[in-house]
Design a protein around this ligand. Structure first.
Ligand SMILES: NC(=O)c1ccc[n+]([C@@H]2O[C@H](COP(=O)([O-])OP(=O)(O)OC[C@H]3O[C@@H](n4cnc5c(N)ncnc54)[C@H](OP(=O)(O)O)[C@@H]3O)[C@@H](O)[C@H]2O)c1
Length: 414
């Protein structure tokens, strides 16, 4: 902190790394909110240096600041700058999910070692205060499960497919036109972006180190308008869902498309919004939702972290558990089959499912001849058993194409 000659006000100096969508929005927001921040913290925040690829020098910025805001993204040089800042005794605020999901333990360890704060609310679900709630409000809860819609691009695409009946490709093009999807949307649509966020959420909710490589993920690229239509008849809506859950003392973290019945709190989260549901015996269920991205929205979460760092303390403690991470879990499934239009088909599918421990919850049979479809929801069964049944069904002579299977989250909260 420094006292500005003449002004007489104590300033809190912020070194800003990155001045793109979020960095520029953060600078604007800080100018607008500086008075307010000064009123609540007693210190006036000010940007003391900016680093981009063409502007600024990291060592000079570090020497002249009290806190570093990292909004470059990616692994290097962001990792190096964040580590150097903490080693120099600076608090760090970042929105970088890639960095935390791959190097989180190293960074949190450095924060503890050097007695500084590393805050990252904006790295997960944009402005939705998931991190703060898990770290502080629910610190005493024994969390059993977290479900999240943590990628706004895919939620927009799926919402549009459901609303208009359009194809995946058309909904993606629409998302790109409206700025909800990047020019290269690969990591959004294949589930990797959501997997990074779920790794961070799982680390905090279950007090266990989780690397993104331990998160199983599937994307939404193969979802068809047909799936949406049939699912609608079964009372289901489709979302890209991240799940982290405690199962028999172990931990499963995954991201995949999943159907939800309308009573589930995440079923009504549409468009580019994000939402996270935390379940625990003591609290039943808490759902938080809001904008998952966007410059001004993300900047607001970053500023919240800056203010928190100005009023100490908060740190991410060392993990005290190391739950074994598992991948084969029980799920309910939607199964879509294009079948020959002849008697006995349903009975044979039911038989194969039954032999693998799966039973049918509801069925829709539609179309005649070449259009004949058999669509069903299957009660929860171990995924490995279900997929073994699907393989066997795929080999039956009345199947006209490969069956499609999508998980169903068969729960409602009242
Ligand atoms: N955009 C969102 O809605 C959103 C939402 C949540 C979280 N985030 C996270 O926020 C972070 C920033 O995202 P963004 O959308 O603002 O990114 P962006 O628009 O691409 O901006 C990145 C900034 O970092 C600078 N930069 C890149 N490489 C650099 C290097 N080697 N050295 C110094 N500066 C470098 C760029 O410099 P130049 O100006 O010279 O190119 C640019 O100013 C990322 O971690 C992202 O995941 C973004």
């Amino acid at each position: 902190m420094s006292t500005e000659a003449g002004a007489g006000a104590q300033t809190f100096r912020i070194g800003l790394l990155g001045h793109g969508t979020v960095g520029a929005a953060f600078e604007t927001l800080l100018e607008q909110r500086a008075e307010h921040v000064a009123a609540i913290t007693g210190l006036r925040p000010q940007i003391s240096g900016v680093l981009t690829r063409s502007r600024g020098d990291f060592d000079e910025i570090l020497a002249g600041c009290d806190l570093v805001v990292e909004l470059i993204g990616g692994i290097e040089p962001a990792r190096d700058y964040v580590l150097r800042a903490m080693r120099a005794g600076r608090h760090v605020v970042t929105a970088n999910k890639q960095l935390l999901s791959q190097h989180g333990e190293e960074l949190w360890g450095a924060a503890r070692e050097h007695g500084v704060q590393l805050r990252f609310e904006a790295a997960v679900a944009g402005v939705v205060p998931v991190i703060r709630v898990l770290q502080e409000s629910l610190a005493g809860a024994h969390v059993d499960r977290v479900h999240g819609i943590v990628n706004g691009t895919t939620n927009y695409i799926l919402s549009e497919m459901a609303r208009t009946g359009c194809s995946y490709a058309d909904a993606l093009a629409d998302a790109q036109r409206l700025g909800y999807a990047e020019a290269d949307p690969t990591e959004d649509v294949n589930g990797k972006d959501a997997a990074a966020k779920m790794a961070i959420i799982a680390r905090l909710a279950f007090d266990t180190p989780v690397h993104i490589d331990q998160v199983t993920y599937e994307g939404i690229e193969l979802i068809t308008a047909d799936d949406m239509e049939y699912a609608h008849e079964l009372g289901l809506g489709l979302k890209l869902i991240g799940t982290a859950e405690r199962i028999d003392g172990k931990l499963a973290v995954r991201v995949h498309p999943a159907f939800l019945y309308s009573g589930h709190p995440l079923a009504s989260v549409h468009g580019p919004f994000n939402a996270v549901t935390v379940e625990s015996e003591a609290i039943t269920e808490i759902t938080m939702s809001g904008p998952g991205a966007g410059g001004p929205q993300t900047a607001s979460a970053v500023l919240g972290d800056v203010i928190s760092a100005m009023i100490p303390p908060a740190s991410t403690p060392e993990t005290t558990q190391a739950l074994e991470i598992i991948h084969d879990v029980e799920s309910s499934f939607y199964l879509h089959m294009e079948v020959a239009d002849r008697p006995g088909v349903l009975a044979q599918v039911a038989l194969v499912l039954g032999e693998h421990g799966a039973s049918i919850k509801s069925v829709v049979q539609k179309g005649l001849g070449e259009r004949a479809r058999l669509v069903m929801v299957v009660h929860p069964v171990l995924e490995s058993q279900f997929f073994a049944a699907v393989e066997e069904i795929a080999g039956l002579d009345f199947l006209r194409s490969r069956p499609r299977a999508i998980r169903v989250i068969d729960e409602e909260f009242v």
